[in-house]
Structures are given as structure tokens and as C-alpha cells.
Design a protein around this ligand. Structure first.
Ligand SMILES: *Cc1c(COP(=O)(O)O)cnc(C)c1O
Length: 425
């Protein structure tokens, strides 16, 4: 009988293919413009390498990555445990399709059920996808399967860019060029409990919420709103779907934002969608269905995916969860968040700080976020102007206070017009 070769045995071997090297940021930016669609606009820099919370551009300049690939690089860049897990799995069994199962896929699902608390609800199950938008797409199909016509989402919501997820996304500029979108979705004003109550009924299939609206500028639901939403959905038999694509997997200092005492207070959803940080940078998405009713909505043959549950993605997810636990990162997130928010709040350039663990919005005194982000980038800090007036930070959870404190110094030294929030004329 043939024994399989040791996983990852060839890790030290030199890469046999020619990865592109050399070339300046300017040269690669030019080539980017001639090779890629312009959906994302001009890239801020061309990056060639990362280590821990740092990245380097093609000109050799180092940056502290406080965006983390938009809340994705949970363990920073080139984390040895994550890298080893991915390489070992890829060197053993890289893909099988969903006609087959793998131990890593099963174990990953079991871990998700465990840390989400879903394993305490009999019948809970996981569906794997490859991105946030796909996870939400699956959740919307689950809602349809209730047989009820209406789905409620919130003003300001972002749930993704495929047609179904886009139907749940509120922003007109994202939606309007692609209408007609799948119907039945209604938007209710953000955080308005009375409006939600008025919209709710026995014909509602589901209510889709972000515990903290990420793309809208890190806006947490008001205290008590989620509990109210849970009561209403329960009363009317509607699904409570929490989109934790951006807030899940440790980002807020709890495994999931809805478990955080100040954000969700332990409300239990029927469906939770995940992606972004779930596998530390490897593409993955997941739907966790709490209990038998939710888990049974998509029957055999009613949904599917070629890549979903891919063993390499599953290995990356298991490693990410494993390191968060092993290294006590949830506690680190809470600690760094508190110190950072405290320091930022003392700055004259900062009007308000909204911090949900290491998902942070820095509200400035006016519509200068793009200009301030540029100053920060020039100083070696990657931050994201998430709204005209706010910067977003979603750094790796391995970040230390010592590393991030330099950003506070940069913001303390901003020129007077940016401190005042005035756009230079
Ligand atoms: C990013 C995001 C999505 C979409 O995820 P993709 O992986 O980009 O498709 C959906 N919901 C929320 C809350 C997000 O932040």
C-alpha cells in the first residue's frame, strides 16, 4: 500500500515558477491600468511583500497595514502557522468538489458551530461559500424558501455585489445601474425600532442586519435594537439573519459581534454569514444556520458551489481560528482597541471615535478623510477613507499598541486645515 507523502515536506524547496519581481510602483501601476478593468480606480500602491502587520511596496517602502485587506488579514501577513497549514493541505489534497467530503472541511464546520454557539441548538449546520456576497446570496435563498415574500434590510446596509446580495445593499450608486434586482426587499431606517416594528409582519421571510454597519462607516446598531429585532422576528416567525462578514471571527474582541456584551448582548440569530477575516486572507465564506428550521431551508440540490468548502480554505480557516484562540487574540483586540480609541479621542483633529474592537472609525471635523488618508499613507500607515468624513481601521488582530501608536502621532501632527476639517481650496 502506498503511504501518502508527508504533508508540506517540500516547503523548503525553491519555488519552481517565475513570480514577477522587479519594477517600480509607477511601472506596475501603469501596467495595472492597461491590464485590469477600472472597477476599483487607481490602486494606492503596488505591494510586493508582507510580514506581521507590515507590507512593503515595489519601491521598498514599508507601511503599517491598518486596513488588513479590509478586515481580512486576521493574523497579519505571512503568518507562519497559517502559511504552514495552507501549504500542508495544498501539498496533500487541494480540491475535491462537493461530491466528496474532507476531514478539514468537516472539522472547520464543527469549529464554526462551536465558537458560534450554534452547536448548542440541535440541528444547526454550516454551508461553505467563497466570499461574503456568496454567503449572503445563500442566506437570501434560505429566506425565499420560507415561502414568504418580504425581506427587510436596513438603510445604509452593505451586503455585497452579486445580484441577490446587491438587492439587500442600500446604496443607490451600487444598485441603480443594475436594476431590476431580485424583488421583495424593503429598507427600513437604520436603528429605528418603531419603524422596524411597523414593517414587521407574518409575511416577512427574514430581517438582514449588520451588527455594526462596516461600509457605512462603522455604525453599531443602537443599544437594545438587536434584542428588539430578535423579539419581533421571533414573534412573526421571520428569520433573523446577521451579516457578520466584516465583524466576525474576533474583529470586535468577541468571536462574533452579536456575542459581544456591548454590541449584541448575546442575541442568537437564525442565520449568520461570514467571510472576510474567516480564513486570514484565503478566500472563504460561510453560512451558519442555527437550529433545524434554518438549516433545513436549502434541501439537497437547492444550492451549491464548486469551490465552497475547499480543503485549503478549510485548513486556512481552522488555522486562523486556532491561532486566535492559542494566542489570546480576542483579549488583545479589546486591549489595543481601548488604548487606541482613548488616544485618538484626545486629538483635536478627531470629532468622534467609533470602536468595535479593531473595527474603528475615526470621525474627522469635516470632509477631509481622503486627504488625511493620503497624509497617513505618505507617513507609512495604510488607513481607509470609508466615508468623506471618516477613516476606517480594520487591522490584523495581532497588532500591538506600540505599532499603532505612530498613527496617533501622525494625526496629532496634521496641518491646521485638515485638523479643522476644511478642504484646501
Ligand atoms: C465585505 C462585505 C460583504 C461582501 O463580501 P465580499 O467577500 O466582498 O463579497 C458583505 N457584507 C458585509 C457586511 C461586508 O462587509
Amino acid at each position: 500500500m502506498n503511504e501518502p507523502t508527508a504533508a508540506g515536506a517540500d516547503l523548503e524547496a525553491p519555488a519552481p515558477l517565475d513570480l514577477p519581481t522587479g519594477g517600480t510602483v509607477a511601472a506596475w501601476t501603469e501596467r495595472y491600468g492597461n491590464a485590469l478593468m477600472n472597477t476599483f480606480g487607481r490602486p494606492r500602491r503596488v505591494l510586493v511583500r508582507g510580514e506581521g502587520p507590515y507590507v512593503w511596496d515595489a519601491d521598498g517602502v514599508r507601511y503599517l497595514d491598518l486596513l488588513g485587506g479590509i478586515a481580512v488579514n486576521t493574523l497579519g501577513h505571512a503568518h507562519p502557522t497559517l502559511t504552514a497549514a495552507i501549504c500542508a493541505q495544498l501539498g496533500t489534497l487541494g480540491h475535491v468538489s462537493n461530491f466528496f467530503a474532507t476531514p478539514v472541511q468537516v472539522s472547520f464546520a464543527e469549529r464554526l458551530l462551536e465558537i458560534s454557539g450554534a452547536s448548542a441548538v440541535p440541528g444547526s449546520r454550516v454551508f461553505f461559500a467563497n466570499s461574503g456576497t456568496e454567503a449572503n446570496e445563500a442566506a437570501l435563498k434560505m429566506a425565499r424558501r420560507t415561502g414568504r415574500p418580504r425581506v427587510l434590510a436596513l438603510e445604509g446596509a452593505f451586503h455585497g455585489r452579486t445580484m441577490g446580495a446587491l438587492a439587500l445593499t442600500h446604496k443607490a450608486a451600487y444598485r441603480e445601474p443594475f436594476e431590476p434586482l431580485p424583488g421583495g426587499v424593503e429598507f427600513v431606517p437604520f436603528g429605528d425600532a418603531a419603524a422596524l416594528e411597523a414593517a414587521m409582519g407574518d409575511d416577512v421571510a427574514g430581517l438582514v442586519l449588520e451588527v455594526v454597519q462596516g461600509e457605512a462607516g462603522v455604525r453599531p446598531l443602537p443599544p437594545g435594537y438587536l434584542a428588539h429585532a430578535r423579539r419581533l422576528t421571533q414573534e412573526h416567525g421571520a428569520l433573523l439573519v446577521l451579516d457578520e462578514v466584516q465583524t466576525g471571527v474576533g474583529r470586535t474582541g468577541a468571536w462574533f459581534a452579536h456575542q459581544h456584551p456591548e454590541l449584541g448582548g448575546g442575541v442568537r440569530p437564525d442565520v449568520m454569514t461570514l467571510a472576510k477575516g474567516l480564513a486570514g486572507g484565503f478566500p472563504v465564506g460561510a453560512v451558519v444556520a442555527f437550529g433545524e428550521r434554518a438549516a433545513g431551508l436549502l434541501g439537497t440540490g437547492q444550492h451549491g458551489t464548486t469551490f465552497g468548502g475547499n480543503p485549503v480554505a478549510a485548513a486556512a480557516g481552522l488555522a486562523t481560528i486556532g491561532v486566535i484562540e492559542r494566542d489570546g487574540l480576542l483579549e488583545r483586540v479589546r486591549d489595543v482597541s481601548e488604548r487606541l480609541a482613548g488616544a485618538l479621542r484626545r486629538l483635536p483633529a478627531v470629532r468622534e471615535v467609533r470602536a468595535a474592537g479593531l473595527l474603528v472609525a475615526i470621525e474627522l471635523n469635516g470632509p477631509v478623510s481622503t486627504a488625511v488618508a493620503e497624509v497617513a499613507l505618505e507617513a507609512g500607515y495604510v488607513v481607509n477613507p470609508v466615508t468623506p468624513t471618516a477613516l476606517r481601521l480594520a487591522p490584523p488582530l495581532i497588532l500591538t499598541w506600540e505599532q499603532v501608536s505612530g498613527l496617533v502621532d501622525v494625526l496629532a501632527g496634521l496641518p491646521a486645515d485638515l485638523v479643522a476639517g476644511e478642504v484646501a481650496s
